[in-house]
Write a protein that binds this ligand. Sequence first.
Ligand code: NAD
Length: 480
Amino acid sequence: MVRIENYIGGELVKPASGSYLDNFEPATGKVYSEIADSDDRDVNLAVEAAKAAFPSWSKTPPEERFELLNNLAGLIERDLEALAEAESVDNGKPVSLARSLDIPRSVANFKFYATGAMHTWNESHETVGKAINYTLRQPLGVVGCISPWNLPLYLFTWKIAPALAAGCTVVAKPSEVTPMTAYLLSKLCIEAGLPVGVLNIVHGTGPKVGSAIVAHRDIKAISFTGGTKTGEDIARTAAPMFKKLSLELGGKNPNIIFADCDYEEMLATTIRSSFSNQGEICLCGSRIFIERPMYEQFKGDFISRVRALKVGDPMDADTDVGAIVSKQHFEKIMSYIDLAREEGGTILTGGNSVAMDGRCADGWFIEPTVIDGLPFDCRTNQEEIFGPVVTLTPFDTEEEVLGYANSVRYGLSSTIWTENLSRAHRVAAAIESGIVWINCWLFRDLRTPFGGVKDSGLGREGGFEALKFFTEEKNVCVKI
Ligand code: NAD
């Protein structure tokens, strides 16, 4: 059985505890590998390695950083098929999705920031006749990157790549639920010749490894993606130490459909925005609001398309909906379906776990579930479920739907479907979310800032925002 070891000081090393956690394959419900059960001793070693590497890495010319990170991107691309399979086994997502989304995006993350390293700049301001002020952007030092299980390598590299490109050295922790591709990445880092200590990957649980990273005095910044509750805990520890924080947290995103939309395109995209990755994408639109004249037509067409989705073995090419990432998460989702029933909702389709045959007989599968008849402010419509569960709610006016959309504590993303240009821009401006898609979903230009408002987080990732996050700005004033 594969043992997932830490990557510290350029080598794969055993955890100080000598103990390992079980790693499950969600599609079979069986243990298939073991993860280093690390603690603060391993984090301390990783920080020491990162500190030792910082003076040289921070002074490495951007062109050399580009070469190394671009080579790493090339190795991920070379191993795309193996990494996609590993991601699918570890997470339960259809291998087709890992092949088309997760791993290509991990390649793109490294390519984008490899080139980005060569395109940074410092501003200067002339105080006429007196002085020139310039801003010197310098890498922060050792930084911490902590990522979740839903898009494992995709989000792990989305943090690591800009940190390394900016000249920081990194102590990183992938989710203990999906550690495999981060482990495979550490082997690729060795193959690519990444200098010793520049990137360190410590595996283990949030309370032991994550909190030790957050609490470590020598870690200057935390880039975190995960749940809102964890984000609160991290902020509580990091804020009194004045660490820089980037927190990408939970969502409960509205998908607003006006009757004048391009119906076919909306329907096809709404299937994806509801159930891609088993609904385990922070950007999935789990609250669907439909303008009343179209409500019954949409309901009928949507349900028949949802019923046509194939829940199946993630390894099968024609599977649309794979396994839920863990038993614990499976139980959480099922409890929310029960809650929806208690709150008076009607299950229009789905609502049950799926009993599979063969190798997946003990896996964690849930039918894509569509519910209506619930008020906008009930718990089912206010709390993040993060599974293949959506609700349908009719609305009559723009003002009413904005009230529904903005009623939640979250503000990550939203989708608006309308052919009315003025309305599209008006609603986009009024909606409380960091990301708005008009007549599309999940399209991402890596140059644009990404992040949430309200309880969906703090700070922006993507583009030069992320490179700036990993630098300190120093103002230098020269008398002339
Ligand atoms: P989580 O918060 O449970 O865990 C995320 C990471 O934090 C894991 O690596 C975990 O081990 C670690 N962690 C847990 N407790 C910690 C602590 N006390 N200190 C430091 N680290 C700790 O989240 P999850 O269940 O892995 O992921 C699902 C959540 O992530 C959902 O809420 C989803 O919306 C959110 N998410 C947000 C975005 C975004 O971009 N905003 C993207 C993906 C996922």
